[in-house]
Design a protein around this ligand. Structure first.
Ligand SMILES: C[S@@+](CC[C@H](N)C(=O)[O-])C[C@H]1O[C@@H](n2cnc3c(N)ncnc32)[C@H](O)[C@@H]1O
Length: 283
């Protein structure tokens, strides 16, 4: 069971991350470098690193104990987590437990979390947390079907994916709107100099200045990649009639298009009538 929080629209201001971990020094440089460091300096993001050992409640700073029922490994105590959360300067909008047993993290979740004002990320170690920690959090999140040694790398991934969606954190907002998943499709292929490398050239259309042709080419390539690699994304990709026409060219049948809920392709344009054709048309 997870605790319910009433989450309202975020007030303007920075997005604050509270990172609760046994290894704050693993995450500190990560929050200070590159775009994250710049966003902090610009007042767009802020980070609090909270050492769970500060809340151990004993002079040995011991936060874990052996599992009831026996078995390998150690389990992080629920009372330690409770005290660590209570010591945060304010109540977070979301308290996220990072665990392989959680809901799979994806772009939709990143977009939802980017609308919050304060996110707390709870990083486990060893065998993870006492199961009663689940009653202290608003959601449980997994990075995927694999097990890491700790939650810090998972927290770093969540921070990266959420922070870049906040206004001003990456230079050009359009660049994330076109990215894989945000656009509903996988991203189109990109190229830069050299124009020729080991016999492989850059598509001619990208080297010309026809912006409409470039936009259409990119959309078609995004459709092609998605059809090849992640056809499961197509039903929710917000396809247009022009996309349907492109998908037919790429080999999809009209019946398959209907199955994924794509709109019908636009009717072929009728050629401009010449005097002769008008005269010969039946009435
Ligand atoms: C060794 S893991 C514990 C695994 C746990 N006994 C299980 O089998 O589900 C230690 C910590 O790493 C983090 N972790 C490992 N894999 C993760 C994943 N796929 N997603 C999110 N967090 C993960 C969690 O915070 C977890 O508490």
């Amino acid at each position: 069971m997870t605790a319910e929080l009433d989450v309202t629209a975020p007030p303007p201001g920075p997005l604050h991350f509270s990172l609760l971990t046994l290894f704050p020094e693993l995450l500190r440089p990560f929050t200070q470098e590159a775009l994250l460091g710049r966003a902090v300096a610009a007042g767009l993001l802020s980070f609090g690193l909270h050492d769970l050992r500060e809340h151990s409640g004993n002079r040995w700073r011991k936060v874990d104990d052996s599992p009831y029922g026996g078995g390998a490994g150690m389990v992080i105590r629920v009372d330690v987590v409770e005290r660590a959360l209570a010591a945060l300067p304010e109540r977070p909008d979301e308290i996220i437990l990072l665990t392989p047993a959680g809901q799979r993290f994806d772009q939709r979740m990143a977009e939802e979390l980017a609308g919050r004002r304060h996110l707390a990320l709870l990083c486990g170690r060893y065998e993870g947390f006492d199961a009663r920690v689940e009653t202290l959090v608003t959601r449980e999140v997994s990075l995927g079907d694999f097990v890491m040694m700790g939650g810090e790398a998972a927290a770093a991934c969540v921070v990266e994916a959420v922070a870049r969606l906040r206004p001003g954190v990456i230079g050009d907002e359009q660049s994330w709107r076109d990215d894989s998943y945000s656009s509903g499709l996988l991203d189109y292929p990109e190229y830069t100099r050299p124009a020729e490398w080991q016999g492989m050239g850059v598509p001619q259309v990208l080297q010309g200045g026809n912006h409409a042709a470039i936009t259409r080419w990119r959309r078609d390539r995004a459709l092609e990649r998605t059809l090849e690699r992640r056809p499961d994304l197509l039903p929710t990709a917000g396809l247009t009639g022009h996309d349907s026409a492109a998908l037919i060219t790429l080999g999809l049948s009209e019946q398959q298009l209907a199955t994924i809920g794509a709109p019908p392709p636009p009717a072929p344009k009728r050629g401009r009538k010449t005097k002769a054709s008008v005269q010969t048309e039946p009435v």
